[in-house]
Design a protein around this ligand. Structure first.
Ligand code: OGA
Ligand code: MN
Length: 294
């Protein structure tokens, strides 16, 4: 059966059928997925839960992996998954939900702000592939916002004024916004800001989009409060309902999004329930800014 994609969001996001993610992906099907990603930016696959190996094999058939080393607060002895996975669950090594005041949980609450994955890395992510193994009885949706349409909807004056702006992104900026300041010196060093363009062009669709993320905390050459307000205003604009698709998770779902043309955020869910989500990430093609350091 050939791959079929049906649009489910307002101006993007598709649901895919005609594919079993546990089977090796043919080059034709891989190409159909890439084409679908360029067009829809978010693709939803429903199916049976995947093993780590199946999730990884599918990921590798679409590109080169981005490692998650050094991006979370989990100590090496606390990790549940290999560094080729981002553990997006609320679970400790004992497979139980984190205590309410566990700092790993509080840090992860930062994912509930609109962001683009790994915008805090010099080479930010291409696709994220998030898979649900346990979902909560309510809440816990993931929302996606489509940034090319958000960019197109700006007026010409705004487009001209932001065209060449460069932001600084760090996980410390996103966590500051939820009142999390509790970083060790080692973490502050590890989370040092990187630069990203505010307007980026997609390498295959050639469309421009707003490259926003809660990790953005400064704009080069602009006073911080002014920069924060501009970023806040743009984010408010870009996450209007008409640019947003909401995914309600079922066990076995795999959702792929293109971080170069979307933002996303997790929504709150019941504290004491297990939410087991695992993410693989594909590496981006290069930095959005040529020179990283002044
Ligand atoms: C992620 C992420 C959102 C969620 O995996 O990068 O932000 O709903 N996840 O868990
Ligand atoms: Mn994310």
């Amino acid at each position: 059966m050939p791959i079929n994609i049906r649009q489910i969001g307002p101006c993007f996001a598709g649901e895919v059928d005609g594919i079993d993610l546990r089977e090796p992906l043919s080059p034709e099907d891989a190409q159909a997925i890439h084409d679908g990603m360029d067009k829809f930016a978010v693709l939803v696959f429903h199916g049976a839960p995947l093993s780590q190996e199946e999730h990884m094999a599918f990921t590798l058939s679409l590109g080169e992996i981005e490692h998650s080393i050094g991006t979370s607060l989990r100590a090496p002895e606390e990790v549940r998954l290999p560094p080729t996975f981002a553990d997006v669950s609320n679970l400790g090594k004992d497979d139980k939900p984190y205590a309410r005041d566990d700092r790993r949980r509080l840090f992860a609450i930062g994912n509930r702000l609109w962001h683009s994955d790994s915008s805090f890395k010099v080479v930010p992510a291409k696709y994220s592939l998030l898979h649900a193994l346990s979902v909560t009885s309510s809440g816990g949706n993931t929302e996606f916002a489509y940034m090319p349409a958000a960019y197109d909807a700006l007026d010409d004056e705004m487009k001209a004024s932001i065209e060449d702006l460069v932001c600084e992104h760090s996980q410390m900026y996103s966590r500051e916004q939820v009142g999390f300041f509790d970083f060790t010196d080692e973490e502050r060093h590890r989370f040092a800001p990187v630069r990203q363009r505010l307007v980026r062009r997609h390498p295959t669709t050639n469309r421009k989009s707003l490259y926003l993320s809660s990790h953005a905390g400064k704009i080069l050459g602009m006073p911080v409060p002014e920069a924060r307000l501009l970023l806040r205003d743009l984010t408010e604009h870009a996450t209007h309902e008409r640019f947003v698709h909401v995914h309600k998770w079922q066990v076995g779902d795999l959702v792929i999004w293109d971080n170069r043309q979307t933002m996303h955020r997790a929504r709150a869910f019941p504290e004491r329930e297990r939410r087991d989500m695992r993410r693989t990430t594909l590496a981006g093609e290069g930095p959005t800014v040529a020179r990283q350091v002044a």
